[in-house]
Design a binder for this molecule. Structure first.
Ligand SMILES: Nc1ncnc2c1ncn2[C@@H]1O[C@H](COP(=O)(O)OP(=O)(O)OP(=O)(O)O)[C@@H](O)[C@H]1O
Length: 240
């Protein structure tokens, strides 16, 4: 689904040049759940923003579903984004003036979906994410966990091929954070493709792959099966 080859991003300000991404290459199949980890400033958010077509790479190739996006025009990128990508942010990014129902409905309005179909889809997703009882509430009237559930519902209502999550539990206490991670894990089991930036190795444990970044580069990758091996070995040693 995602094919990134030698992607670079350089930020230039008047006197400083920052190489935020250096020749990053990554292939992500449909149905993968990938966690991106690494120290602050290593380029995780830059990478996620480029994958979400919210920012442009300086060089290299990024193919989304076989379509090259580097150097693509804004219109083409915005169409791919609106139809295929759902975003979940650390600070939820709900619109304060809209209630939960209206926040979730918004991407469908952007996509030109008819009002009867919008109603059907918003009600369906609210039921699935278990936020229907808060449909008329405004973001400020919800707990952090409920706000993030509403944001997850908004990300999913267009049935995107790809979900991008930037520190989705960063503003939540551990119980609300766990609830959101279980929701993402359930979506992954149902076949969703998820890419999540996180500082939390606990949250990364829900992913099927962990990509570790440093200084704008991917320096290694772990798969869930390898991690299980490590835990099993540790368990076996403890039993001896
Ligand atoms: N708009 C910008 N203009 C100039 N430099 C930028 C810009 N955005 C990011 N950078 C720089 O690019 C590098 C990578 O930043 P990025 O936000 O991608 O890191 P990160 O790994 O997501 O960090 P954190 O974990 O703290 O969110 C940093 O050195 C940062 O200062």
């Amino acid at each position: 689904m995602i094919n990134v080859q030698n992607l670079s991003k350089i930020y230039k300000t008047e006197d400083v040049q920052t190489n935020a991404l250096n020749n990053v290459s990554l292939h992500i199949k449909g149905g993968d759940f990938v966690a991106i980890m690494g120290p602050s400033g290593c380029g995780k958010s830059t990478f996620l923003n480029i994958l979400g077509l919210l920012d442009d790479a300086s060089a290299g190739s990024y193919k989304f579903a076989e379509v090259e996006t580097v150097k693509a025009g804004e219109k083409k990128k915005s169409t791919i984004r609106k139809k295929n990508i759902g975003f979940i942010f650390q600070n939820f990014n709900l619109i304060d003036e809209l209630n939960v129902y209206e926040n979730i409905e918004l991407p469908l309005i952007y996509n030109g979906v008819s009002s009867s179909e919008r109603k059907r889809r918003v009600e369906e997703i609210m039921e699935q994410i278990n936020i229907g009882h808060r449909a008329k509430h405004y973001p400020q009237q919800l707990s952090g966990g409920q706000q993030q559930r509403a944001a997850v519902a908004r990300a999913l209502v267009t049935k995107p091929q790809l979900i991008l999550a930037d520190e989705p539990t960063g503003n939540l206490d551990s119980s609300n954070g766990n609830e959101v991670m279980n929701l993402l894990a359930e979506l992954h089991r149902e076949g969703s493709t998820i890419i999540m930036v996180t500082h939390s190795s606990y949250d990364a444990g829900f992913a099927s792959r962990i990509v570790n970044m440093k200084d704008g580069e991917i320096f290694n990758e772990e798969h869930a099966s390898q991690r299980r091996d490590v835990f099993e070995k540790a368990d076996a040693q403890e039993l001896q």
